[in-house]
Design a protein around this ligand. Sequence first.
Ligand code: NAD
Length: 254
Amino acid sequence: MFELKQKKAVVTGGGSGIGRAIASLFAQQGAAVHIVDISEAACEEAVAEIRAAGGQVVAHACDVTRQDTVHATFAAIGALDILINNAGIAHIGKADTTSEQDFDRVIGVNVKGVYNCLHAAIPRLRENGGGVVINMASVASWVAVADRFAYSTAKGAVMAMTLSVAKDYLQDKIRCNSISPGRVHTPFVDGFIAKQYPGREAEMFERLSKTQPIGRMARPDEVAALALYLCSDEAAFITGSDYPIDGGFITLNS
Ligand code: NAD
């Protein structure tokens, strides 16, 4: 079960965190993995790690906000079976404390970046006879998370895009689902804590861990295991759904 032999998978933001864990697991399961990430350093690290484990991987330094660059990258990748729209950035702020520049930046990566990759990948998935798309949403797509105005706006859009794509490409045999993680221990979270709470990192790590009723953050490999299931042939009946993986954040936090 859950084999990805003969499959080509594109993982955006595959250089770090959740995306890297997905790229590693998919390569381990036999996929030819293409990492698309803005950070050349992260691309190099991920490629070295995956190749050392015997996986097949190529990295493409690419900013998902730029449609021309995204199209050139997907043209170089060619036919594909799986697209994981995972690249994303965080932002803290309420409606009146979020600058126009920050709002545009978050929407640019987290929404337009997803659209750009869909725009480039869907014709190739269709020509290939179908495939699977996973979009990385968030618990912020479901419930109010304080101080996350732009981020929540973007992740709500990601969930709506998932439904739209799942409906529009049913006949093309393209399945599209999203994953909504609670807090996952990645450089994304470490960077946020270091920036927002300098000197109080340990205390804040503990506090953020406890916002999951289960008492800890997720590990990136736990999210990767869910992505693997959803992209496998075993999940052939699943489309147009969102899968929270959140230690009870959405349903048990009252
Ligand atoms: P991360 O910061 O560890 O990794 C994100 C990767 O995306 C990085 O390698 C970065 O270089 C890349 N990236 C950023 N902007 C890009 C751009 N314009 N073009 C191409 N690549 C770009 O983050 P993570 O924690 O692994 O998060 C991955 C996804 O999961 C994001 O969409 C995030 O919103 C979502 N998510 C994360 C958490 C969490 O707690 N970590 C929770 C819910 C959802």
